[in-house]
Every structure is written in C-alpha cells, then in structure tokens.
Design a protein around this ligand. Structure first.
Ligand code: SF4
Length: 319
C-alpha cells in the first residue's frame, strides 16, 4: 500500500483492509471485486490485484504459508527485488539488501555516483553496494535505518548533512555536490487531454463496464470513457454514439452534459466531460457490462472520478 502513497493516507486503508481480510487465506478466498472495493481511492489498483493474486498463489503453492526463499518470494505476483528484500529482511531477519527511492539517493551520494542511478549500470552498482553493507544480524532494522536516513536526513533538496551520522564518509558532502547527485530524471512534459464519460440510462439503471486486463483500471468498473476528438454539436453527438457502440455494443441517444471534472493522472492534465444518454438498442451480454440500479453503485469498485460522477448523480437527484 505504501508504494507511491504516503503513510498518513495509507493508515485507514490498512486498518480497514486487515479487518476485512485478516489472513492470507481470507484474502485468497475473496472476490477480486471485493478487494478492489476495499482499495478504492488508494489508486494504483494493480497493487491490489497483485496482492490478491499473490495470496492465491501462496495458498495454492505454499500451503498458505508465506515462503522464506528469495526465489519463491520473487515469483509471487507484484513482488520485485526490493519488496522481496524488504519482506525477508524485516519479517525474517534474512541477509537481503534493499534499494528503493530513498536508498537510491543515499547510496548514490555515499558513492559519489553522478550518473543515472536508474540505468542498468547504476542499478547494478547500487545493489552491489547495498549487499556489501549488510550486517550479520538485525538486517531488517539496518535496512529500515538506511531508508529512514534517506527519507529524513539525506533528503532530495538541502539534505541535513550536519545531522548525518555518515557525513565524514560522504564524498558528495565533501565536494558540495548534493544538488547534482543523484542525477535527476527529466520530468516529462505535461499533456492536456479531453475525455468523455457517458452515463447511459435504461429503465432507471445505468450502464457500467468492467475494465479489461490491459486497461488502467483493470478489474474495476467504470462508465464508458474515452478520449474526445470533437468539440460540440452534431459531430460531438456522433462521436459519443460511435465510441459507446464501439466499447459496449450499446446504441445511445446522447443527452445533456452532467458535469466536468478536471484532474491529473501522471503527466496528463485531463478535462473529463460527463454526459448523460439514453439507451436506444443493444443488449448486454457476458459479465463485462451491467445495468446497475443507482442504489447498488456503492457495491462496485470504481475509480475516483467515476465515484464523483455517482455523487453528482445523487446530488442532482438523478439517482
Ligand atoms: S552527508 Fe549529506 S549527502 Fe552525504 S549521506 Fe549524509 S545527508 Fe546525504
């Protein structure tokens, strides 16, 4: 949960998640939609799907007991070298190194490494360095101390070198290169895009679509959503009709604009325009589409903007 997410945001999710799924067996037995519903609002939903898949793999392949061998841990869905090292060192005191965002910065500075630490060569060097530092005992505490040192003292800007216990060993501090090490990644340019979401009505129910495995919100539900090319008038109506048919097979009659939500996702600044529409023809087949009564929308895992659209429907007395 903590990947890319702050501790204060995670704590209530963590508590609710553990109350709902108190063991690996309980998580493995859960429906994916229940797991995603618990995760809703935390973002990066792939993490939830992979944790769920990992719980199932532990039950199927390891009799429900978390494995202790590094290869077996790394074979679990969603677990890479850092996560495996963190689990095995912190939970089982194994001599496993870790390299993550805070220690990348710390190690780069302690090595005086001014090249890109994300490159293959940089990664190999940092992992080798992390391994060479490991003590024989209390490895978990040691690894956590280094992460803490990176996050609290050796900060990206203006590190507190005067409080750093490693200052006398640090070539970056000696040469005053803290602003240049580690080499910063170029930030990608922000791109503005327009998208549409369509709330299609049929007999007081709305159309939801389950996102496919290769989509951003895989496994979650959403209103039909797509990039918009046109601005207004007949061309816009035609585009809404065509894109909804393409995504769902359902023919619609576009109605009015319900709301506009401006939000950012990674490097995209998105203007999301939500329209209402009525069902004209077509049936939903399979389990990737559903007509849902508004009162039952809380049962479906939705992304943040889809949930906002539900709230808008409620406040506009549409649901
Ligand atoms: S001396 Fe400064 S730059 Fe070097 S490791 Fe410590 S905090 Fe980081």
């Amino acid at each position: 949960m903590l990947q890319q997410t702050q501790v204060t945001t995670v704590i209530p999710y963590y508590q609710q998640f553990l109350a709902r799924f108190p063991s690996i067996a309980a998580l493995a037995a859960a429906q994916e939609s229940d797991v995603l519903r618990q995760w809703e609002g935390l973002g990066y939903y792939r993490r939830a799907r992979q944790m769920h898949a990992a719980a199932r793999a532990i039950v199927d392949q390891h009799q429900g007991v978390f494995p202790r061998e590094i290869e077996a841990v790394r074979a679990l869905p969603g677990i890479g070298r850092y996560t495996a090292g963190a689990i095995l060192s912190i939970a089982f005191d194994q001599r496993q190194p870790i390299v993550e965002a805070n220690t990348v910065r710390l190690y780069s500075r302690l090595l005086g490494y001014d090249q890109d630490p994300r490159s293959g060569r940089g990664q190999a060097l940092l992992w080798e360095f992390a391994e060479s530092l490991l003590p024989r005992k209390r490895v978990g505490e040691f690894n956590q101390s280094l992460m803490e040192l990176g996050s609290e003292i050796c900060t990206p800007r203006q590190p507190a070198c005067d409080q750093c216990p490693l200052a006398t060993l640090c070539p970056t501090q000696a040469q005053g290169l803290q602003d240049r090490i580690p080499a910063l990644k170029k930030k990608p340019a922000v791109e503005a895009i327009r998208q549409a979401c369509v709330v299609v009505w049929r007999n007081n129910r709305v159309l939801l679509r389950k996102c496919g495995d290769h989509e951003r919100w895989a496994g979650m539900w959403d209103f039909p959503r797509f990039d918009l090319q046109t601005q207004r008038g007949a061309a816009l109506r035609k585009e809404l009709e065509e894109k909804v048919v393409e995504m769902t097979g359902i023919q619609i009659r576009p109605g009015t604009r319900l709301t506009t939500i401006n939000h950012c996702v990674t490097r995209y600044r998105i203007q999301l325009i939500c329209y209402e529409a009525t069902h004209e023809a077509g049936v939903v087949g399979g389990n990737q589409l559903a007509w849902v009564r508004p009162a039952r929308l809380p049962e479906y895992p939705l992304n943040v903007t889809a949930r906002k659209i539900c709230e808008k429907l409620r406040s506009a007395d549409r649901a």
